[in-house]
Design a protein around this ligand. Structure first.
Ligand SMILES: Cc1cc2nc3c(=O)[nH]c(=O)nc-3n(C[C@H](O)[C@H](O)[C@H](O)COP(=O)(O)OP(=O)(O)OC[C@H]3O[C@@H](n4cnc5c(N)ncnc54)[C@H](O)[C@@H]3O)c2cc1C
Length: 455
């Protein structure tokens, strides 16, 4: 793989002449801003950023990358925590200008372009009282999230984002434009639902939508950390019988006034009165410091975590799947936090299960259907000096938690993931994915992801 230095200006000009979007090189006005992504610790310098205006630009960028064997990154919403949507010295195909959304309120479907952020998607769909599963932070990109699976507040009721996908337009590594759906290239469609960005660049996504809200019962319920062990054990008993409509993320953060707390981020996807009844046991887990549960617009719930995950901060994470919240996991977590300084870190247990678990693991590329929690350990820092300490802190707990997990979510993969971990992420689907990769990307042009090696 080469950088642009090896490419003569004439060939670059031939590529640039018909390009409708913007091509940015080091020194150009908007280059600095365009090379940055959500995780501020990622500081890569692509030789060229191709900000695409449409599928034609995407096709010529892929052909250009292929012809010159350029290291190639693909950027949707820029939320890759491991920084794989930007590269050093190669080409970044930036899809952020492609942000069109069309909702068909009669057919209850949506078609979106790959630069759309979840907040934009939710806002458009909610104008018609509709939604499909999206993640919990509204500035995440829909493209990367969906291709890797995609879970969030209504996922237990309606399945993963990729379970609601009905068609994808894709440009493959050799610059071919293909459609993938149940009827067209069904094998590819299977791989795109959980296989991440391994098979090409998606230029359009079609989804099934559902009636949601627009007001749901939910919000934040906050308990002091002091009784965390008992509280989490009682919670684990409760969640084992939770209805599909109920989604409860468990977070163990430190508040701005320096208190460690247990925060339950709740959403009930159904009638308000049912929601109030379903969450009643959560209100009796202890004496809350704050009870913010009540009727709230779904779009507001979907934005409620945004401020806590600002752009530009340094982040370092580890994650893995769990089946419920086993006692050992609770003990390791509480023990570690009890001995940790009160600073920049959070441990979160995202809620899966329900409809997600009722799909067969081999039915789509997303393998870990039986998992009902994704535990994510996040270290973050605003000043560079905090990086080493936060990273060590995350690694410290991860040596104890990782053996209790099974595989990990490809969308939270890290750049130095070993092949062994990658295999575990795709489970028994790996051989089929590797065969598909050989068909659609035999040279592994799209390698900056939880990478599937061509069979
Ligand atoms: C703050 C935060 C909160 C999150 N919350 C959730 C959550 O609630 N639920 C959840 O499921 N995940 C969550 N995630 C993980 C998220 O799903 C991934 O980070 C995902 O990759 C984001 O997609 P993106 O388009 O923003 O990323 P990008 O950084 O733009 O892309 C990530 C990767 O996706 C691939 N990709 C992106 N667009 C395309 C495309 N059009 N065609 C082909 N490949 C493409 C590429 O391989 C790229 O490297 C969260 C991440 C963060 C940082």
């Amino acid at each position: 793989m080469t950088g642009l230095a090896a490419i003569d200006e004439k060939r670059l000009e031939t590529f640039a002449a018909p390009f409708s979007g913007t091509l940015l090189r080091p020194g150009d006005d908007r280059y600095e801003e365009a090379r940055r992504i959500h995780n501020g610790v990622i500081n890569k310098h692509p030789a060229l950023i191709a900000r695409c205006a449409g599928a034609a630009d995407v096709t010529s960028a892929i052909k250009f990358a292929g012809a010159h064997q350029l290291l190639t990154a693909v950027r949707g919403g820029g939320h890759s925590l491991s920084g794989q949507s930007v590269c050093d010295g190669g080409l970044t195909i930036d899809l952020s200008p492609m942000a069109g959304i069309r909702i068909d309120a009669i057919a209850r479907t949506a078609r979106i372009e790959p630069g759309v952020l979840l907040g934009q998607f939710d806002r458009e769909a909610q104008a018609f009282g509709l939604a499909t599963t999206a993640g919990t932070i509204s500035h995440t990109g829909a493209a990367g999230l969906t291709l890797g699976g995609g879970f969030g507040r209504i996922g237990r009721k309606y399945g993963l984002a990729c379970d609601n996908l009905t068609a994808v337009d894709l440009v493959t590594a050799d610059g071919r434009f293909v459609k993938a759906s149940a009827a067209d290239n069904p094998d590819l469609f299977w791989g795109l639902r959980g296989g991440g960005g391994n098979f090409g660049v998606a230029t359009s996504f079609e989804y099934r939508l559902h009636s949601v809200g627009p007001t749901l019962f939910g919000g934040a319920l906050v308990y002091p950390f002091a009784g965390a062990r008992e509280l989490l054990r009682s919670f684990a008993d409760f969640e084992a019988h939770a209805p599909d409509e109920l989604y409860v993320d468990v977070l163990l953060p430190t508040t701005p006034d320096q208190q460690r707390v247990v925060l339950l981020d709740v959403c009930y996807c159904g009638p308000l009165a049912d929601g109030e009844r379903a969450v009643a046991p959560l209100r009796n887990l202890g004496k809350p410091l704050h009870d913010g549960l009540g009727p709230v617009p779904y779009v507001e719930l979907q934005r409620s975590g945004d401020a806590g995950n600002p752009h530009g901060r340094g982040y370092y994470i580890k994650s893995g799947y769990l089946h419920g919240m086993p006692r050992e996991v609770i003990d390791v977590t509480v023990d570690y936090l009890e001995r940790s300084p009160l600073d920049t870190s959070v441990i979160a247990f995202a809620h899966l299960g329900g409809a997600i678990s009722r799909v067969r693991p081999g039915a789509t590329a997303y393998w870990h259907r039986a998992a009902t929690r994704d535990v994510v350990v996040i270290g973050f820092w605003d000043e560079h000096s905090g990086a080493e300490r936060s990273t060590q802190w995350v690694r410290g707990i991860w040596t104890r938690l990782e053996p209790l997990t099974t595989g990990f979510y490809v969308n939270t993969g890290i750049a130095d993931d070993t092949q062994h971990r990658i295999h575990a992420a795709y489970g028994d689907n790996y051989p089929r994915l590797a065969a598909l990769k050989k068909r659609y990307d035999p040279v592994n042009l799209f390698r900056l992801n939880a990478n599937i090696k061509p069979a």
